[in-house]
Design a protein around this ligand. Structure first.
Ligand SMILES: [Zn+2]
Length: 182
């Protein structure tokens, strides 16, 4: 069967059986998950998310780049407009994974990857591209110093193992920044 036909059939089933009309634009778990585009690692699947529970932002590797930060900024603006600022009680989860396509990209097209991550090729070499466990530590540390993010957010770093289906918490949940009032 044609793919679009298959998807249309599944959607008809969803609209009939899985659809809820009362979902809110802002996530009920007050959670933002940053992950990779890889089809095996969809946070909706591996955390068994229900519709409307979390905001998921995906890019190559689940790494920090300008587009990610702009997306979070827009999310904050939308949230502020709704009178529910993203801060205390919200989670920001950075989820990297094993066997990520970012590794062959780094080896075969480093220029392209550096451009995507808004860094130079020299800086790219310091981003632990081949080690998701170290990379997630680096990205959590980097996000902690992003001035535009609320200090009261809870940030967590995790790695999903595509060989076992298990998520390991690498950077346990902690307040984004301790020493600020917002
Ligand atoms: Zn990946």
């Amino acid at each position: 069967m044609d793919v679009v036909e298959t998807l249309s059939g599944r959607n008809a089933d969803f609209a009939k059986n899985g659809f809820a009309t009362d979902l809110k634009m802002l996530p009920s778990m007050r959670t933002v998950i940053v992950g990779c585009v890889d089809g095996r690692v969809d946070p909706a699947d591996i955390f068994e998310l229900m519709p409307g529970e979390a905001v998921v932002i995906r890019n190559v590797g689940g790494r920090i780049n300008t587009a990610l930060l702009e997306t979070v900024e827009i999310l904050q603006a939308v949230s502020n407009a709704a009178g529910k600022a993203i801060g205390e009680g919200w989670n920001l989860i950075v989820l990297h994974h094993t066997d990520c396509g970012i590794i062959p990209c780094y080896k075969h097209a480093p220029k392209l990857l550096a451009k995507h991550l808004n860094v130079t090729e020299v800086e790219l070499d310091k981003m632990a591209i081949t080690d998701p466990y170290e990379a997630v530590r680096l990205d959590v540390a980097a996000l902690k110093s992003v001035a535009g993010l609320s200090s009261a957010l809870t940030i967590t770093g995790a790695v999903y193992d595509v060989a076992t289906g298990k998520v390991e918490i690498i950077v346990p949940p902690s307040r984004l920044r301790d020493n600020a009032a917002d």
